[in-house]
Design a protein around this ligand. Structure first.
Ligand code: BG6
Ligand code: MG
Length: 218
């Protein structure tokens, strides 16, 4: 039986991964560091702070704290300009009907995101009334793969991790779900998300019933 569902936001509900990627690449380039899509998979799901640390580590670069703060602010400025264009039309295909079906089954829904921009994105997408519980990057100390963000979510929903499904597009997020004892569904490519209990390419045409059956077969 499924008690609750927790959705990651970036890359699951809305495609913001490219905006993060472009902003980080632009920042890295200004530092003379370059990276591609494969490395970018490691930046998905982890906090802004952890991301810049990973980028600087690519070049064994150490910078004073003040400079690191300035760089993070710069990246976030570019990223915020990009997401300001989001509207409810940007909710990924298949997500609205999947969510409506869950609501029809009275299953409580939550968001578990590493992003401090999650509240803005949820506003732009007009999803404030859809999720009972929203845990974002402003509410946690430890970034994914630590399960803190999801554990705070289930606690607020009075649910049990083993009966809660986490939907994630990031390697770090699938690990976080697994570390917390959740059922994990990877949304995206089997190539990266193979550690999830189940991987689906996206939500198009997917029904909760079909998904629950597949999960219980695992
Ligand atoms: C995650 C994204 O949701 O949030 C990461 O997948 C991002 O790419 C992280 O770095 C932190 O986001 P923000 O908006 O607080 O910089
Ligand atoms: Mg994500």
């Amino acid at each position: 039986k499924v008690d609750a569902c927790i959705f990651d936001l970036d890359g699951v509900i809305v495609e913001t991964s490219d905006a993060h990627f472009k902003a980080w690449q632009r920042l890295a380039k200004s530092l003379g560091i370059s990276f591609g899509e494969e490395f970018n998979e490691q930046l998905k799901g982890v906090s802004r702070r952890k991301s810049i640390e990973k980028i600087l580590a690519l070049d064994d670069r150490e910078l004073p704290e003040e400079e690191i703060q300035q760089l993070m602010d710069k990246k976030n400025g570019w990223y915020q300009d990009a997401i300001a264009e989001l509207t409810p039309d940007d909710i990924l295909e298949g997500v609205p009907s999947f969510i409506e079906s869950l609501q029809g089954m009275n299953i409580p829904l939550g968001i578990g995101s590493s992003s401090k921009n999650a509240p803005y994105i949820i506003d732009y997408l007009q999803l404030n009334d859809t999720f009972e519980v929203i845990i974002d990057g402003t509410k946690v100390e430890n970034t994914k793969p630590d399960p803190e963000v999801f554990l705070k979510g289930v606690k607020a929903m009075n649910a049990d991790p083993s009966k809660t499904i986490v939907f994630e597009d990031a390697v770090s997020g699938v690990e976080a779900a697994n570390n917390g004892g959740f059922m994990s569904v990877g949304v995206g490519s089997e190539e990266y998300l193979g550690d999830a209990d189940l991987v689906v390419p996206n939500f198009i045409g997917l029904t909760p019933k079909e998904l629950f059956e597949k999960l219980s077969d695992e």
